[in-house]
Design a protein around this ligand. Structure first.
Ligand code: ADP
Length: 400
């Protein structure tokens, strides 16, 4: 039945994901994606009643123009769905130090999200554009907007994980610490893993790997996240599409003092020109790298470095488990689809007890979930993420 629908909006730095779903029945009525914001060709793709649509909406399109298209050309034409929306859930990457759970959005919350921009400079501004435009476009529902934060999942991390070894004052006075990101996805796949492994969530010991354009690993011990690879901002940790992940901080001083680059130039290099794009010199898109793995030296090297770093993180998080490790979980566009990454990474972890099932691994992609290891191995699972569903559930709890 078309009632109690939640509109979920995920305004990313260069993409926008949107969907309308009923969190109770889990039925999705409409879903879509804006790709390539600020690039030569911006497309909106959406799916409604089983029919797929794709429209080119112009060049160098910004968030506002793309959102206007979604509101005016997609949503307003579906009156039956549109009129049954009871709440709007926004993915917000960083809640700063004050917010640790999903909240109804008001002026104070908007201020908190604004104040947290330095911690997620690429993401929070985009999240705010979405929030403000939705409040303007849906005045009737302006008091039914909920922010669901990626950082909430990391609130119970111990100081041993979230503090950097810099003078304590910088944490006390300036709140410099590890905050984590992708919490919504790690949270969702953890709850799915608890169902697949038939183990109480509060007893669950797993390592979740969200591998997409942005990538991160989280260690979950007894149902609580105890460490994660993303830090003060989503720049730390794994090799990502265009972000460097971990580097020696001295590289920044070297680039500044020896090469003469400005702080802004270095920031752009580390966030937009590094990672898989910087290493391969060609693309941040894993589809390309996977296809050219055996023929292009650069593609091979970037994928190998990506897996090398990932396996090191997984191995180090095994030390954080109390008694046993129940599973490693792969999710995100790469984790769900690229068997090559799962195979290379798990092979490096053979000594830790992982033995991949090559055939099963090859078969799991395109939204399938399942086990990719043999019986005598510590299980490795592929679980497609569903951030929209978790956001819709959280939103319904608050507005419902
Ligand atoms: P985001 O962090 O933007 O949500 P996604 O989780 O959608 O990212 O993942 C994007 C990455 O996943 C890209 O590198 C893309 O190439 C890769 N990817 C998505 N689908 C596939 C696929 N079928 N095969 C290989 N790589 C894929």
């Amino acid at each position: 039945m078309l009632n109690n629908l939640i509109f979920v909006l995920n305004c990313g730095s260069s993409s926008i994901k949107f969907s309308i779903l009923n969190p109770t029945t889990k039925k999705k009525y409409l879903s879509g994606l804006v790709e390539c914001l600020f690039l030569k060709k911006t497309y909106v793709k959406w799916k409604h009643s089983g029919i797929k649509y794709k429209k080119y909406i112009g060049s160098y399109i910004n968030h506002q123009d793309a959102l206007n298209f979604i509101f005016n050309q997609v949503l307003s034409k579906e009156k039956n769905i549109y009129n049954n929306i009871v709440g709007i859930g926004h993915r917000v990457v960083h809640g700063g130090k004050k917010i640790n759970k999903s909240v109804l959005i008001n002026t104070e919350i908007i201020n908190f999200i604004e104040n947290a921009i330095p911690f997620a400079p690429l993401h929070n501004p985009a999240n705010l554009i979405g929030i403000k435009m939705v409040m303007e476009k849906f005045p009737i529902l302006s008091n039914k907007n909920v922010a669901v934060f990626d950082t909430s999942f990391y609130q119970k991390m111990p100081k041993t994980s979230f503090l950097y070894a810099i003078p304590y004052l910088f944490y006390k006075k300036h709140h410099i610490r590890r905050y984590g990101a992708h919490g919504i996805s790690h949270n969702y796949v953890s709850s799915q893993a608890s169902i697949m492994l038939n183990k109480d969530f509060n007893l669950l010991n797993i390592i979740t790997c969200h591998l997409g354009n942005g990538s991160s690993v989280a260690a979950i011990r007894n149902g609580v996240c105890v460490d994660t690879s993303m830090g003060l901002t989503p720049l730390e940790g794994l090799v990502m599409g265009t972000r460097s992940g971990d580097i020696d901080p001295s590289i920044i001083f070297f680039m500044h003092k020896q090469i003469g680059l400005s702080i802004d130039q270095i920031n752009t290099i580390l966030t937009k020109e590094s990672g898989l794009l910087g290493l391969s010199g060609i693309s941040s898109d894993f589809r390309y790298l996977e296809k050219n793995y055996s023929t292009s030296k650069n593609a091979k090297l970037s994928v190998d470095i990506f897996c090398h770093r990932l396996s090191k993180y997984i191995a180090s998080y095994i030390c954080l488990m109390d008694k046993s490790l129940d599973a490693v979980v792969f999710t995100g566009g790469i984790g769900e689809n690229v068997s090559l990454v799962r195979e290379i990474t798990l092979s490096k972890l053979y000594l830790m007890g992982f033995k991949i099932d090559i055939e099963k691994n090859l078969l799991i992609k395109n939204g399938k979930s399942g086990l990719i290891t043999i019986n005598s191995s510590i299980p490795a699972l592929v679980i497609p993420t569903n951030e929209e569903l978790l956001i819709a559930e959280e939103t319904m709890k608050i507005v419902g």
